[in-house]
Design a binder for this molecule. Structure first.
Ligand SMILES: *[C@@H]1O[C@H](CO)[C@@H](O)[C@H](O)[C@H]1NC(C)=O
Ligand SMILES: *[C@@H]1O[C@H](CO)[C@@H](O)[C@H](O)[C@H]1NC(C)=O
Ligand SMILES: *[C@@H]1O[C@H](CO)[C@@H](O)[C@H](O)[C@H]1NC(C)=O
Ligand SMILES: *[C@@H]1O[C@H](CO)[C@@H](O)[C@H](O)[C@H]1NC(C)=O
Ligand SMILES: *[C@@H]1O[C@H](CO)[C@@H](O)[C@H](O)[C@H]1NC(C)=O
Ligand SMILES: *[C@@H]1O[C@H](CO)[C@@H](O)[C@H](O)[C@H]1NC(C)=O
Ligand SMILES: *[C@@H]1O[C@H](CO)[C@@H](O)[C@H](O)[C@H]1NC(C)=O
Ligand SMILES: *[C@@H]1O[C@H](CO)[C@@H](O)[C@H](O)[C@H]1NC(C)=O
Ligand SMILES: *[C@@H]1O[C@H](CO)[C@@H](O)[C@H](O)[C@H]1NC(C)=O
Ligand SMILES: *[C@@H]1O[C@H](CO)[C@@H](O)[C@H](O)[C@H]1NC(C)=O
Ligand SMILES: *[C@@H]1O[C@H](CO)[C@@H](O)[C@H](O)[C@H]1NC(C)=O
Ligand SMILES: *[C@@H]1O[C@H](CO)[C@@H](O)[C@H](O)[C@H]1NC(C)=O
Length: 459
């Protein structure tokens, strides 16, 4: 609000004369001026999403071991092997001759839902020679990842992946999910809301931004995954209305995703319990699904409880220091934190508090720095800071507008640095409806609500 008041004279000078809305209803106007971000629609209820979500946090005193099909077979804390393999031949072979050696994906993978069988690999070079093994089939874009544990890879996560709407303050991404996946995003995060008995993808409220049903979004994801059989995708769903997890199974089944969903071997999965990417890929179970609140792994072992296997740094930060402390689950003991995966929340926000809105909106004006490899407030600095603090890099780097940065694909470059691989430079898709957010327009973010135009950020 301080910023807003300070800048109002500038707006008036620029011809934006503020007028207050007469009633408590926030009706919004659309602005076509380049550089203005607006909130469309009429909002009747109070919307407040600036608070950190909270809910019941699950803790386990012992580990539950799951059987072949996710059935619970016992509750010993020590278990042996991965039992989830379903591929016809899923042996993987580790070559340790030279430092360049890689595990080669070997065996064939049956892709359900289609009639084709893809060859997972090429064969390793003759073992008699010392020549390095060159894997021609990368896993998640890099051959080096095939042999690595899922929990030992840093992935870029698209914050609120489905919320793509040019010019809207309620949007978090410029490119649709297919582009996100093509460009290398490997975790899709978003919030869900239950309206009329159906799960929708809405930002804060379905009155504010509703981009359609969960089922339709997951159908797109499932289609992409079938076309890209060597990629492991993580889906982290926010259960904003804290509904029964049974509401998620229909959309997951109907979208065609279900037969690719991974069922963990244990509940909860500790850092070293996760299989390698090759194992996931060869088994065909390549969709790793988490739910933030109300998961019930007794009923649905595959719809994993987020916070018992993954912790997060502070939610929707507005602090450019990006401290790497545990925020959720609250009161997590340091040793427990070290023994599970973690997500660095690096989606920088501005807090907007006016009329009946109390929102955190993406700080698009700072994106060029926020998504950069280096510099104060950058993703690179946070990732390196986190690595120092926890002795290992974050598993997930959660960002808004992943395709913006001082260099193309800078967020992926940060992930590649964390992974000790060379960035493959394959970014980014181009926004088809390239209005609203362009590198020029991110210089200023103007929120237009009820005829009142507010410059929320500039520089
Ligand atoms: C799997 O591959 C190994 C080695 O390549 C081979 O010995 C074995 O017979 C194969 N198993 C099946 C079921 O095809
Ligand atoms: C797979 O093959 C069966 C019988 O050969 C056919 O009925 C079915 O439509 C095919 N499925 C796809 C997805 O092509
Ligand atoms: C798989 O590999 C075998 C032997 O290398 C080859 O004959 C076959 O055509 C391949 N299949 C596919 C689907 O690429
Ligand atoms: C993977 O594990 C190795 C060995 O513990 C560690 O040095 C590296 O930082 C880890 N990388 C990631 C991305 O977790
Ligand atoms: C829910 O149903 C009501 C009444 O039929 C309708 O007005 C509203 O648009 C529906 N909401 C959504 C998000 O589809
Ligand atoms: C959806 O959630 C509501 C509220 O928690 C619950 O009453 C309902 O039974 C759930 N529906 C399904 C299909 O699980
Ligand atoms: C991968 O997981 C295995 C256990 O499944 C563990 O022994 C190994 O240390 C892990 N590797 C890395 C690099 O973390
Ligand atoms: C979880 O699911 C199981 C099996 O369906 C059920 O017995 C249990 O009450 C559920 N737990 C909660 C907290 O809903
Ligand atoms: C990084 O870590 C240092 C020391 O732990 C801390 O002082 C600093 O604020 C952190 N953040 C940035 C952006 O440097
Ligand atoms: C973003 O950073 C690059 C490189 O530092 C610079 O050339 C570009 O002008 C910046 N863009 C904006 C919108 O600040
Ligand atoms: C960055 O991406 C844009 C859009 O895809 C492209 O036009 C431009 O050439 C790229 N720049 C570099 C340095 O690759
Ligand atoms: C990073 O990769 C290089 C080879 O590309 C290797 O020499 C080095 O040991 C690796 N570092 C770590 C920490 O894994």
């Amino acid at each position: 609000m301080r910023v807003i008041l300070r800048l109002l004279p500038l707006l008036a000078a620029g011809g934006f004369l503020p007028t207050w809305a007469a009633d408590e209803t926030t009706s919004t106007t659309s602005a076509t001026t380049k550089g203005l971000l607006t909130l469309d629609g009429t909002i009747h209820s109070k919307i407040s999403d600036a608070a950190t979500p909270t809910g019941h946090y699950q803790t386990y005193t012992s580990t539950v071991t799951l059987g072949n099909h996710g059935s619970i077979i016992g509750s010993r804390t020590v278990t042996g092997t991965e039992t989830m393999m379903t591929a016809s031949n899923s042996s993987s072979e580790t070559k340790t001759k030279t430092s360049h050696s890689l595990t080669v994906l070997q065996g064939s993978q049956t892709i359900s839902g289609g009639n084709h069988t893809a060859n997972a690999t090429r064969t390793a070079t003759a073992s008699a020679t010392e020549s390095p093994v060159v894997n021609t089939q990368p896993c998640n874009g890099y051959a080096e990842f095939c042999a690595r544990n899922y929990s030992n890879i840093t992935m870029v996560a698209a914050h609120n992946s489905p919320f793509v709407k040019p010019g809207s303050v309620a949007a978090n991404q410029a490119l649709l999910v297919e582009s996100q996946l093509n460009d290398g995003v490997r975790m899709l995060q978003f919030q869900t809301h239950r309206v009329n008995d159906t799960m929708y993808l809405c930002h804060s409220s379905c009155e504010m931004l509703n981009v359609g049903t969960l089922e339709s979004y997951l159908t797109t994801v499932a289609r992409w995954m079938r076309a890209n059989p060597y990629d492991v995708i993580t889906i982290l769903m926010g259960n904003s209305d804290y509904v029964d997890p049974g509401n998620f199974t229909g959309p997951i089944q109907n979208s065609g995703l279900m037969d690719m969903v991974y069922t963990p071997s244990k509940i909860p999965m500790a850092l070293d319990d996760w299989p390698t990417l090759s194992t996931l890929i060869l088994s065909g179970k390549r969709a790793v699904m988490f739910l933030d609140y109300q998961a019930n792994q007794t009923a649905y072992p595959w719809l994993m409880d987020e916070f018992s296997q993954l912790w997060e740094t502070p939610f929707s930060p507005t602090d450019r220091d990006f401290p790497c402390d545990v925020q959720r689950p609250p009161d997590l003991a340091p040793n427990d934190a070290k023994n599970r995966m973690y997500m660095a929340n690096h989606n920088l926000n501005l807090q907007v508090n006016m009329l009946n809105l109390d929102l955190l909106i993406p700080n698009t004006a700072e994106l060029n720095v926020t998504n950069a490899v280096s510099g104060y407030g950058s993703l690179g600095v946070m990732a390196r800071n986190c690595t120092k603090q926890w002795d290992r890099p974050p598993n997930f780097l959660l960002v808004d507008y992943y395709n913006y940065g001082p260099t193309n694909g800078s967020v992926f470059e940060v992930a590649a640095d964390m992974n000790n691989v060379t960035y493959n430079g394959k970014c980014c898709g181009i926004a088809s409806a390239a209005v609203g957010l362009t590198p020029q327009s991110v210089l200023a973010t103007v929120l237009v609500i009820g005829g009142l135009q507010i410059l929320t950020s500039m520089f």
